[in-house]
Design a protein around this ligand. Sequence first.
Ligand SMILES: [Zn+2]
Length: 262
Amino acid sequence: MTDLLKELPECPAPIFDSHAHYDDDCFDQFRDTLFSQLPKNNVGGIITCGCDGESSAKALALAEKYDYIYAAVGIHPGNIQKNTPISEIESLAKNKKCVAIGEIGLDYYWDKDNKEAQKQVFENQLILAGKLSLPVIVHDREAHSDTLELLKKHHPKGVVHCFSGSEEMAAEILKLGMYIGIGGVITFKNAKKLPDVVKMLPLDRFVLETDAPYLTPVPYRSKINNSAMIYFTAEKIAEIRGSDTASVLNAAYQNTVKLFNL
Ligand SMILES: [Zn+2]
């Protein structure tokens, strides 16, 4: 992994990775080495997201160990069968390195049979975020209309991560005052609607992310993702928008700092 970091082009501006899962077991062998190297690749900030009680606690432990790492805590829609009590998320969220409630949301791609239960857990966490005045990090996979309905009802601050909706959906999210998260998918050939969304986004309303260890950008798709790879995502966004990589990275960095009150 660290050899791979040495191969990467020099990054022209600081990277803020607004969404990763560094508690994942696949990092166990080299996590500390990676975290000591990433700042040399111009990674200035990372938000690592929990997906249940256990991974949220792990995310916080990483955030407490490294200054430039922050945590989000929450119950992912794919983990609701674990029945993590919302009170557990609430007590974790009071840690000063917790900057958001996430990853929360709806996923009708993997789970279609428990939509009502997913909506309930999502809604409870939107209410918690409101109570604690924290932004949310939202997962929406093939659940656009139900996601939008709950966001319109609760009006959270936050981001729809790894955005996969249409331009119309993006416009609705922006109207709510929320941000759009763009990751490695933009470099994939099958990105479909995403380039049109990227073209229309205001410069002050998007953030960049890896979703590491998943969704590694081209040209490293078969490797484990890491925050330095955001270089390739920013480069592709710059190409689509007729901008330059440094401007995209700088805007995303400032947007992330503002959204999460860092
Ligand atoms: Zn994620």
